[in-house]
Design a protein around this ligand. Structure first.
Ligand SMILES: O=C(O)CCC(=O)C(=O)O
Ligand SMILES: [Fe+2]
Length: 315
């Protein structure tokens, strides 16, 4: 199960004319479709986030994780994985904080206020602008997926069915010369994940043949990945890859993920156009947050594929 030297596809989203219906849109769309069928993941060059913001996001992350533990614990949430997580003996290098709807100014302010009651306008502005500007990439990719699946009539419904969660992660360098687990292998549960990291690698994506691919993004690339919910909605036509973080060396890794997640109460159900004899329905319709609750039960934690265990038609 060694990491191999395969590279993820790299797709350029920086073209000025990247608008639905243009030639360049259709070209990029077919690259996106191919990459997501094959890997469920690709590197995206996206130049809409100014360099100063890409730098200040990591300064903000450092400032946040440097806060005392008691302060970080003030970020609580009733939703699993949306509050503060750390000090887990299974993944001792890992800490994580979720910021619900960080793209919306008053939500970013609420989060900031809980940690810095005296205010921290620059932190607040950084996470909010970053999320708001990166959301454009999520929406571009999703429009392309809906089009390439040939189900445009569901475009508005699909595009309006999600909110955004920003999660920030810190991985301490291992205390030894060994490679250590940063985050265990899993699939994301959301619609789409867009990851950005400081220049410390560690993310690995599992190819369909089982090989682990080292992800080696540059400062102007973002890693785009499909989650279980979109895999289910597309009735399996796009892949949701297992991935993990492996840490080596002596540098701290910071990463930030923008997750599009189904709104509360929205039922994820594959369009009937994507179900036929050759493509029987894979998953029963489900509610995202009920699925997430299942993922945190003993059975959900134990099983290889929570989405299959939760709502596979064939189980
Ligand atoms: O830190 C990373 O690059 C990956 C994080 C991740 O997989 C997750 O938060 O679901
Ligand atoms: Fe993940």
């Amino acid at each position: 199960m060694g990491s191999e030297n395969i590279k993820l596809p790299k797709i350029d989203f920086s073209h000025e004319d990247l608008k639905p219906g243009t030639l360049v849109w259709n070209q990029v769309k077919s690259q996106v479709h191919k990459a997501l069928v094959e890997y469920g993941c690709f590197e995206a060059s996206f130049d809409k986030i100014p360099l100063h913001l890409r730098k200040s996001i990591f300064e903000s992350l450092q400032e946040l994780f440097d806060l005392p533990l008691q302060t970080k614990l003030r970020n609580v949430s009733s939703k699993p994985f949306h509050g503060y997580i750390g000090q887990n003996p299974a993944v001792p290098l890992y800490e994580n904080m979720g910021i619900d709807e960080a793209n919306i100014p008053y939500k970013a302010e609420q989060f900031t206020q809980a940690l810095w009651p005296q205010g921290n306008p620059s932190f607040c502005k950084t996470i909010q602008s970053y999320s708001k500007q990166l959301l454009e990439l999520d929406q571009t990719v999703r429009r392309m997926i809906v089009e390439s699946l040939g189900v445009q009539k569901y475009m508005d419904e699909h595009m309006n069915s999600t909110n955004y969660l920003l999660r920030v992660m810190k991985y301490e360098a291992p205390q030894s010369n060994e490679t250590e687990i940063g985050l265990s292998a899993h699939t994301d549960k959301c619609i789409i994940t867009i990851l950005y990291q400081n220049q410390v690698n560690g993310l690995e994506i599992q190819a369909k043949n089982g090989q682990w691919i080292n992800v080696e993004p540059t400062p102007d690339t973002f890693t785009v990945m499909i989650g279980d919910s979109l895999h289910a909605w597309a009735n399996g036509r796009v892949h949701a890859p297992h991935h993990r973080v492996m840490m080596k060396g002596n540098k701290t890794r910071y990463s930030v993920g923008l997750f599009s997640i189904p709104k509360d109460g929205y039922k994820i159900e594959a369009p009937q156009e994507l179900v036929d004899e050759e493509h029987p329905l894979l998953f029963k319709p489900f509610d995202y947050f009920e699925f997430i609750d299942f993922c945190y039960t003993e059975e959900g934690i134990r099983c290889e594929s929570p989405i299959k265990a939760y709502c596979s038609v064939s189980v």
